[in-house]
Design a protein around this ligand. Sequence first.
Ligand code: SAM
Ligand code: SF4
Length: 300
Amino acid sequence: MPLLDRLARPLGSLRISVTDRCNLRCQYCMPEEEYVWLPRQDILQFEEIVRLVGVFTRLGVHRVRITGGEPLLRRDVTGLIRQLTASARIEDLALTTNGVLLGELAAPLRDAGLHRITVSLDTLRADRFQALTRFNQLPRVLAGIDAARACFEHVKIDSVIVRGTNDDEVVPLLDYGRAVGAEVRFIEYMDVGGATQWSPERVFSRTDMLQAVEASRGAVTPILDGSWAPADRFVLPDGTTFGIISSTTAPFCRTCDRSRLTADGLWFRCLYAREGTDLRALLRSGASDEVITDVIATVW
Ligand code: SAM
Ligand code: SF4
């Protein structure tokens, strides 16, 4: 029997942050001047992550996404991927990156057994990229996407659209995605942890996105695939597909099966949850897999 919560949602998908650090400072995520990073000893070690993933997969998790901060900054992240693919049966192992280090790491990640890559890219303009992320790294990100395309069958591009910042790039990003063979998913600006400059006026909604695409590319048809994935997918008359993640204006909680583990081992049942379960404390207190399994099952 799969583990179900009170809304009969399975525990199917887990996002694991492997570091809180980043080599960009996106306005909507890390807008402050200074950040104090977690001390090294607080970060879960690979063997701790692998052990927790073993417990989670036995409870029904079959999709795992490695994220951050910027996951490619974690030393030997390919070693973690290798350990995960060797030790647990994960149907879908994906990673989300800002792409800066992907040129060098795409092939090693594929060789380690990673299945899919998602690259975050919000603009195709170098000056805007610099303004949005504080670093002049657009050429490296684009080279990273090329490297990923050469190594992986499935590459996605995630674009957060912020009104007044990059809402004029919905169609150019769509065209870029089609040109490089990567499906684009547009993401509404969310009021999450780091988004201290968020305001409702700056949200470019799913409706706005669909109107922008329709005005220039013709009728947009929804694709009904009945999956647990958070993106609604659409197809254009020329066959181009794209997705929209509308967590702000049309939350998809009823069909969400995702939970997330922070770099320091807190397990949250939701992106928006304020309280997490301290799995690191459990691990480091010497708890057995059975005890950890019980705690996770009870919380879920
Ligand atoms: N650093 C990696 C990257 O940027 O892809 C992985 C971590 S980042 C937190 C994961 C995703 O969250 C990125 O696609 C990013 O654009 C998105 N994100 C961050 N802050 C957001 C916000 N306030 N609203 C919507 N999406 C956000
Ligand atoms: Fe870094 Fe990703 Fe946040 Fe941008 S969205 S600051 S790349 S963690």
